[in-house]
Design a binder for this molecule. Structure first.
Ligand SMILES: CC(C)(COP(=O)(O)OP(=O)(O)OC[C@H]1O[C@@H](n2cnc3c(N)ncnc32)[C@H](O)[C@@H]1OP(=O)(O)O)[C@@H](O)C(=O)NCCC(=O)NCCS
Length: 246
C-alpha cells in the first residue's frame, strides 16, 4: 500500500527532513548525510560487496545493500569516484580513501554520512527509531552518572543521548581504534538545541582531538552525527554550524 508511514508521515518525507537538517548543521561542502529506505537490492552491490552478504539472512542482506546504496550516493554527492565499500574486521565499513564515513539502520530507514577534510579522522552516524528502546531501567545501563536525570526533560531526550553516544562510539573507533563502552563517553548536551560535546573518559585516550556532534529528531526518529578532528590540523572550519532548532 505504497510507502510506509511513521507518525502520519511517509518515510521518504522523514528522510528528506533529516537530510535537510544535517545539510544546515554541516555547512561546509566536504560532509554529507543521506537517508533512504532501509531495504536495498543485493544485485546492485559489487561482486566483492555481495560476497560479504553470503552468510546473511535475506533481510539483513537487503539492509546491508541499502547502506551501501546510500553510502555510494554520499560519495557521489561529494564528487568522489564511486568505489566498493568493503568491511573492516570489526564490521565497520571500509571507505575508499581519503573519505571517512559511517552507516546506521533503524525502523525501515538507513542513514549514511561521509566526509573529507584533511583534519577529519573519524565520523559516526546513529539512527534510532524512537519508542523501541529504553524500557524502564535500560537507561541505567547506557547512561552514566553525569547523564542520568531524575526526570528526562522531554520524551525524546534519552533517545538523543543514546544516538549521540552511538555516533561518538563509531567516530572514535574510526579515528583512534578505541572501542569505547557506554560509561566511557559522557555527553554534554545542549538539547533541545542540536549540538553536543562528547567527553571521552577511556583511560587509554590521549586527547588531541576536537570531538563535536549534532543530533536531531524527526517524526519518531533520532539521528546523531559525531566527527573527530585532529586538533593540531583543525582549521576552525570544523564547527557544526549555527544551532538551528527543530
Ligand atoms: C557495533 C555497533 C556499530 C552496532 O550499532 P547498532 O546501533 O546496533 O547498529 P547501527 O545500525 O547503528 O550500525 C550498524 C552499522 O554500523 C557499522 N558498524 C558495524 N560494526 C561497527 C564498528 N565496530 N564500529 C563502527 N561501525 C560499525 C556497519 O556499517 C553497520 O552496518 P552494515 O553492516 O550494514 O554496514 C555499535 O555497537 C558500536 O558503535 N560499536 C562500536 C564500539 C563498540 O563496539 N563499543 C563497545 C560497546 S560496549
Amino acid at each position: 500500500m505504497g510507502e510506509r508511514l511513521r507518525q502520519g508521515c511517509s518515510l521518504g518525507v522523514i528522510a528528506s527532513l533529516i537530510e535537510r537538517t544535517f545539510a544546515a548543521m554541516l555547512p561546509h561542502e566536504t560532509w554529507s548525510v543521506r537517508v533512504g529506505p532501509g531495504g536495498g537490492d543485493i544485485l546492485a552491490l559489487t561482486a566483492d560487496e555481495r560476497e560479504l552478504t553470503a552468510h546473511m539472512a535475506p533481510r539483513r542482506a537487503a539492509q546491508f545493500a541499502a547502506g551501501r546504496r546510500e553510502a555510494r550516493a554520499v560519495i557521489n554527492r561529494l564528487g568522489y569516484p564511486v568505489a566498493p565499500i568493503l568491511r573492516n574486521s570489526d564490521g565497520s565499513p571500509l571507505w575508499p580513501p581519503p573519505l571517512k564515513g559511517s552507516i546506521s539502520h533503524s525502523g525501515g530507514l538507513v542513514a549514511a554520512v561521509a566526509g573529507y577534510d584533511p583534519a577529519l579522522l573519524g565520523i559516526g552516524i546513529d539512527l534510532e527509531a524512537m519508542g523501541r528502546l529504553f524500557p524502564a531501567g535500560a537507561g541505567d545501563l547506557v547512561f552514566n552518572q553525569d547523564e542520568r536525570q531524575p526526570r528526562w526533560p522531554c520524551p525524546s531526550f534519552p533517545y538523543r543521548l543514546f544516538s549521540a553516544k552511538e555516533a561518538t562510539m563509531k567516530a572514535m573507533r574510526q579515528a583512534t581504534g578505541l572501542r569505547l563502552g557506554w560509561e566511557e563517553i559522557s555527553i554534554r548536551a545542549e538539547f533541545p538545541g542540536q549540538r553536543f560535546v562528547p567527553n571521552i573518559l577511556h583511560q587509554a585516550y590521549a586527547g588531541g582531538h576536537s570531538v563535536i556532534g549534532g543530533v536531531t529528531t524527526a517524526h519518531g526518529f533520532s539521528v546523531a552525527v559525531c566527527a573527530v578532528f585532529n586538533l593540531a590540523q583543525s582549521t576552525g572550519k570544523t564547527d557544526l554550524g549555527p544551532d538551528a532548532r527543530v
